[in-house]
Design a protein around this ligand. Structure first.
Ligand code: SAM
Length: 246
């Protein structure tokens, strides 16, 4: 998968050199390219922002550097393919595991990191109408960050780990929180007793059916306790009996 990121703080994306995403880049599974928006300015101060029309606090990112930067990214690809443009923003669609899976199927993603009050609205229109890109505004959650870079790190990590080959054991992806609408069950490792606390007996029983049943019950209980909205969304309000809350 190819990933382009445009930002005024390219160094922010250095974390994409680390850990599994960094290894996936080294292995050629992810082709990540980071671009400095200021390289597409033409004044002495490399200006990317200006005051908002209509008044109000803060600054707005100017359309011209963005149009040039996105044109530059698109021009670097094969003429027959175009990236899907993801613009992080608190007013976007919520980023979920389902959206991560959808994005992981794209061969090419481009990310536009906003700063200040965000990007001039005409840039979105230009990307859709003139560059012919599919544009998705994506929110990390109902809070406000200072810029899109942190959101891009989160989205690239969640999407990148779903690209085949990036995680060695693909099975570990299937059992995780949010894959089927439930949170993961509690997990334990050695030693069997630690700090006066025992691992639940059933996990030592070798009885795979009992372990699976216990884990399912724990997933339901944990989801009911921490995220009842998920339980109702994925399993209806009907006949689920919650036996414990963790
Ligand atoms: N004025 C904007 C609003 O009220 O919707 C907020 C702008 S915010 C200070 C600056 C940038 O941070 C945004 O353009 C976006 O790139 C990023 N950002 C902030 N909150 C975000 C969130 N919850 N999810 C994704 N990106 C976010």
């Amino acid at each position: 998968m190819r990933i382009d990121v445009v930002s005024i703080f390219p160094d922010y994306l250095a974390a994409l050199d680390l850990s599994l995403i960094g290894k996936a880049r080294q292995d050629g599974l992810l082709d990540v390219r980071v671009h400095d928006l200021r390289d597409h300015t033409h004044d002495r101060h490399r200006t990317v922002d200006d005051t908002p029309y209509g008044g109000g606090a803060g600054m707005v990112m100017k359309p011209q550097p963005w149009a040039e930067a996105l044109g530059h990214v698109v021009a670097q690809g094969d003429p027959s393919t175009k990236p899907r443009l993801v613009v992080p923003g608190p007013g976007g669609q919520p980023f979920t595991q389902a959206l991560a899976r959808e994005l992981a199927r794209e061969p090419w993603l481009a990310f536009a990191c906003g700063r200040y009050e965000g990007i001039d609205e005409r840039v979105y229109e230009h990307a859709r109408e003139d560059l012919g890109l599919e544009v998705s505004v994506v929110s990390l959650g109902d809070y406000v960050l200072n810029g899109g870079e942190v959101a891009v790190l989160a989205i690239v990590e969640a999407v990148g780990r779903l690209v085949p080959g990036v995680i060695g054991n693909a099975e570990s992806l299937v059992e995780e929180s949010h894959e089927d609408g439930l949170l993961e069950y509690p997990i334990y490792t050695k030693p069997r007793t630690w700090n006066g606390r025992d691992v639940p007996e059933v996990l030592l029983s070798g009885n795979h059916g009992a372990i699976a049943a216990w884990r399912h019950e724990q997933r339901l209980a944990r989801t009911a306790a921490r995220r009842p909205d998920l339980l109702h969304a994925s399993h209806g309000d009907g006949d689920i009996e919650i036996t414990a809350a963790t």
